[in-house]
Design a protein around this ligand. Sequence first.
Ligand code: SF4
Length: 389
Amino acid sequence: MPDSALNTAEQFTPQSVKTNLLGLSVSKLGDFFEQLGEKRFRATQMVKWIHQMGECDFDQMTNLSKSLREKLHESAEICLPEVVSCQDSTDGTRKWLIKVEGGSCIEMVYIPEKDRGTLCVSSQIGCALDCSFCATGKQGFNRDLNTAEIIGQLWIAAQSFDQFAAKAPRRVSNVVMMGMGEPLMNFNNVVDAMNLMMEDNAYGLSKRRVTLSTAGVVPALDQLAGVTDVSLAISLHAPNDELRNELVPINRKYNLKQFVESAKNYIEKMPDNRRKATVEYTLMDQVNDRSVHARELAVLLKELPCKINLIPFNPFPGSDYKRVTNTALNRFRDILQGEGYTVTVRTTRGDDIAAACGQLAGEVNDRTKRQQRYKNKLAAEEVPVKMLD
Ligand code: SF4
C-alpha cells in the first residue's frame, strides 16, 4: 500500500509540529508508537479510540497509561476539519460545508435511501480537470486534501449521526469518493483514507460499500488495480471522443477506448467476478441525450461488466447547460434497457438545501479568488457549449 502521510523520521521527532493521528493507518500509527518507545499494539487501541469511539481527547483513553498520555500530549494531536454549516433537507439529505487548513471549504453530502445511507466525500479543494458542466471544475484547483482531511469527513458524519455511541445503528453504510475533486489525482491520500474506511478496527466498511469515481485518469486507474479492489464508478458523460473531449477535457489525453479498457481491466482483477463498474452519465438537454448517443453508449460498453446510472444535469449559475427533459431521459433509458443494460436514474435529492455539487464551497471563503477569476472569465467570453440538432 502506498505510504504517503509519514515518510520521514523527522515527522516523529518531539515536536515543534505535532503529528495529527487522525489520518494514520494502523501500520503508520505502529511506526509512530515505536518512535515514542512504545509497543506497536498501541496503534490498534488508538485507531479504535479515534474511529470506532470517536474519542479525540487523550485523557479519556483509559487503556493508555498516564505516562503515555503525557507523551501523546507533547507530540501528537487529533485534529479535525471544522464544520462551517450543516443543513438538513426535508427528504433526509444532509449537506455539510467544511473548512480545512488554509481556510478553503469543501462539501460533503449524506443521502439516505431505503436500504443504505451514502456519504459523498471530497478528495481535493476544487478540481483541475475542468469538466465543462461541473461547478467544482469551474472554480479551478487549489490543493489535494490530506488523508486526515478525507477520513475526517467520515468521522464528522459518524459523529453527527451519533454513530460512535455503543450499539448505535450505522447510518453511513456506504462511501462514494465522488465529491469535489478527482480522487485519482490525489492517489496516495485517497487510497490511505479508503483503507481506513475499510479497516476492521476503524469503520469496517466492506469494499463493496466504498466506491471510487474517476473521470478517466487512466495510468492511475491502472495503478489502482494493483493496490485495492474497492467498487469503481466511471464518469463517462459522452459516448464518443468528439463530444467527450468537450465535456471532460481529460479525454483529450486518455480517450474513451483507453478509459473503458482500463476500467475493464480493473473489474477483471477483482476477486469477486460478480462485480460491475457503475457508469455515470450526466444527461444535458440537447447535448448528450439523443437516441444516437444512447445507441453509441450501448456499443461502447459492450465488453464492460457494468450498470448505468443516468443523472439529470443540475443547473447552476454560470452554466449554459440545461436539465434533460423527461421525454429524452425516458427514451435514453429505454434504449439502454432494450440493449440489456441495468439502468438506474438518479433522483434529485435535497432540492431545498442543495446547490450543484461544488457551488456552495465556491461561494464562501474563496481565498484564492478562483470564483472571481471564473466570473471574470464568464464576463469576458462565452462558455462553449456543444448543441446538437
Ligand atoms: S466532474 Fe469531477 S473530475 Fe470533472 S471537474 Fe468536476 S470534480 Fe473534477
